[in-house]
Design a protein around this ligand. Structure first.
Ligand code: SF4
Ligand code: ZN
Length: 737
């Protein structure tokens, strides 16, 4: 922390306390010591003093004690070369200044009873623009908003902006975020309030822009209001200063914007506000107090540009942006999630086997991205031809002080249902096999791809505000861009998958559920273990764990696996109990490692579907991106239609691509070496991992023993090949028992 700020603030506090002591002595000369003093119509006396030390100031005499208390708080002057610690003395100095300010304002009420207008709104015609302390009627009406969240807090603005336009810009931005704007103090005789009036902005409690007073001392009304709200609605007892200050820090999102030169008195007030956890942001070059400690983040930040003042303030105070309105021309909500876009209604689409469609969420640095920026690079809706398929990549960048790379997959997986929430739009799949279908009705309503970004921005803030502060979305529809993102995304997916590579199911006592897909498949419950990633491929055990951390009441719940019922098939008592409950009794039990015996349920987003090939005594599996026929007699889409509704269908099971080479893949049915057929693209995609796993199982040339569509499309066609290469499945116990 800077010695200079400490110096200025402590100096300022001395000046203020001395000045107010002088005014107090004068008042004692002019009035009787028993003269009543106080703010209008309130039961909270001088509220800052009352709330913090429990002392009731009702007469001039009563002011003596808090003034002496302020004097006593003043720390020794800063001198010499020692640099730290300044925070303690600085906070005390600030508090002393604020006590003095409150007494100064009470003296003003005594000496100039008509200085403030006692009203919610100023009386502009008669030049009465300052409303002073809020009475208890205003407190009851407005204070509750601070507690129930309809107003997250307030921006205290002191001084004046360089121009009325800048003042207007800043204040209107705060209004949009539902904050109150408390104004006090002047800068060389000008105030933000006068600037706003000049710019035609309505001020007063009714527009949430409160003109407290023209001097820095009137800033005390803001703190007094906050403390009264805490006493009235937050149950904080007068005199419990610790609880009072903590309550404000944790519950009231307030901060100070200092516009113009920060003099010693302002510095003292800023230091005082740090006690409440309210940081100060200045547009001038004052020494900063960056280290965090009392305030949630930094204490005093200098040189903030006017265009960035609002965003920065909100960020530094840790205020979460709430975007309550989703500004798109189509209806939006969970009600539309299950809605389909069938062939006849289809206008155009991305993905679905015809073109590439990829989704990627990546964490960014705070200053790298702009919150709410949504860009479409390439052709957008009005330009797409009816009946066409276009490539698309949805690239979302998020930043936040609590954000971690571990959370990326969780956010990415939301794109599925959030896009589905848009009426007339259908979304299937995830990662690099996403599929978006846009109906004719959507086009008629004016749908643009941009609206996907608008939705993601708003919902990410709403649902994940705890971890992120900024969301920027770029949607690419040019093939080169889409391919570039896809290559990058695949590398990311691999890294994520490998995070569970070395873990074994036996290593953990807790698995995780995923019920994200229940809106489509009501009885579907994915259980995710280290060696069985979610069948959509988007959620592994680590991801579910992180998701539970972010949202403890969300779709990923821990499952204590409990007593093991069958280690080979992979069945646990705790899992069964959980699944029975989560499927509302539809599914009583299932096995993790088998497709023959009570396999896990499958929903429509699985990456692959495995099926038995009884004549070959083996299994095949087919991935979504392979659109051809398969030896089990059904294409992927047919298979998904038959068993993707959340049922457990013996003989078939949905799984992720990554799962194929995980240690427990179908071990209940003989395991990995049961695989006799894979589509060529899938085989090639996971070639390295196939070879690695096969080598570990003692069959290094297994890769070449797996048939694909070039070998045959029926069991009869591939059986001779399997015999020729002496496929290990042929010598295993009979699959169908
Ligand atoms: Fe969750 Fe399973 Fe749906 Fe993936 S497929 S999102 S793991 S329920
Ligand atoms: Zn699903």
């Amino acid at each position: 922390m800077s010695r200079l700020v400490a110096f200025a603030a402590i100096q300022g506090a001395y000046n203020i306390v001395s000045k107010v002591e002088g005014k107090y002595q004068q008042a004692l000369k002019a009035h009787n010591a028993s003269t009543k003093v106080g703010f209008p119509n309130t039961a909270y006396y001088l509220p800052v003093i009352y709330s913090l030390i429990g002392h009731k100031v009702e007469t001039l005499e009563d002011m003596k004690k808090p003034l002496a208390f302020a004097r006593g708080l003043l720390p020794p002057h800063v001198k010499g070369a020692h640099h730290l610690p300044y925070l303690g003395p600085l906070l005390d100095a600030g508090m002393a200044a604020l006590f003095a300010f409150e007494i100064e304002e009470a003296l003003r009420y005594l000496n100039e009873p008509n200085f403030y207008i006692h009203s919610e709104d100023p009386d502009i015609e008669n030049g009465k623009i300052w409303v002073g302390a809020a009475d208890d009627i205003v407190l009851r009406k407005r204070g509750v908003e601070f507690v129930d969240g309809s107003a997250p807090g307030f921006a205290a603005i002191v001084g004046a902006a360089p121009t009325p336009e800048i003042a207007k810009m800043i204040v209107e931005d705060y209004q949009k975020r539902s904050l109150y704007i408390f104004c006090a103090a002047n800068q060389n005789g000008t105030t933000v309030i006068e600037q706003l009036l000049q710019a035609g902005v309505q001020v007063g409690w009714n527009t949430r822009i409160v003109p407290f007073g023209p001097d820095i001392s009137s800033a005390i009304f803001a703190l007094g209001f906050a403390n009264r709200a805490a006493m009235a609605f937050g149950g904080v007892q007068p005199g419990d200063y610790k609880k009072m200050l903590l309550y404000n820090k944790d519950r009231i999102f307030a901060f100070v914007n200092a516009l113009g030169d920060v003099n010693a008195e302002w510095a003292a007030a800023a230091a005082g506000c740090v006690n409440w956890g309210f940081p100060t942001l200045a547009d001038t070059d004052i020494p900063e107090i960056l280290p965090t400690g009392i305030c949630t983040y930094e204490h005093v930040v200098a040189n903030v540009k006017h265009e960035e003042m609002v965003q920065k303030s909100v960020e530094i105070r840790g205020l979460k942006v709430t975007v309550s309105q989703i500004d798109i021309p189509l209806a939006f909500g969970p009600a539309y999630e299950g809605e389909r876009v069938r062939g006849a209604d289809l206008y155009c689409q991305a993905g679905g086997g015809k073109t590439q469609c990829t989704e990627l969420v990546k964490m960014a640095e705070m200053n790298e991205i702009e919150d709410g920026k949504v860009t479409v690079v390439g052709p957008d809706m009005p330009d797409m031809k009816a009946g066409s398929s276009f490539p698309m990549a949805v690239y979302v960048q998020v930043a936040g002080r609590q954000m971690q790379p571990d959370f990326e997959p969780i956010l990415e997986r939301q794109i599925h249902h959030l896009t589905n929430y848009i009426q007339y739009i259908m979304h299937i799949g995830q990662r690099d096999i996403a599929w978006v279908r846009i109906s004719k009705a959507a086009i008629e309503k004016g749908f643009s791809l941009k609206h996907i970004g608008v939705v993601l921005h708003a919902k990410f803030h709403q649902d994940f505000g705890k971890i992120l502060d900024k969301v920027q979305v770029t949607i690419y529809t040019n093939k080169e861009d889409v391919d570039k993102i896809t290559t990058r995304a695949r590398a990311e997916y691999r890294t994520r998958d490998e995070r569970v590579e070395k873990m074994r199911d036996e290593d953990v006592e807790t698995y995780y559920s995923c019920t994200l897909c229940q809106s489509f498949a009501p009885t579907h419950v994915c259980s995710v273990s280290p060696e069985r990633t979610g069948l959509c491929g988007a959620y592994n055990w680590m991801d579910c764990k992180a998701s539970f951390e972010i949202n403890p009441v969300g779709p990923n719940q821990p499952i204590e696996k409990g007593e093991c019922i069958d280690p080979k098939l992979g069945q646990w008592k705790g899992v069964n109990e959980f699944v029975a409950k989560a499927s509302r009794g539809a599914i009583t039990h299932y096995n993790f490692y088998s497709l023959m015996h009570s396999p896990m349920t499958t929903c429509g987003c699985c990456e692959c579907i495995a099926a038995t090939l009884p004549q070959c005594n083996g299994v095949m599996t087919v991935n979504r991106d392979y659109t051809g026929e398969t030896p089990c007699g059904m294409k992927f889409t047919t298979l998904a239609g038959v068993m993707g509704g959340g049922a457990s269908s013996p003989g078939f099971v949905g799984h992720s691509k990554y799962n194929i080479t995980q240690g427990k893949f179908l071990v209940g049915d003989g395991g990995f070496l049961r695989i006799v057929w894979l589509p060529k693209i899938l085989k090639e995609e996971i070639k390295e991992r196939i070879i690695k796993r096969a080598t570990a199982l003692g069959v290094p040339n297994f890769y070449d023993m797996i048939a694909d569509e070039t070998v045959g499309m029926t069991e009869e066609e591939i059986l001779p090949f399997l015999k020729k290469v002496n496929h290990p499945a042929l010598s295993m116990p009979s699959l169908i028992g």
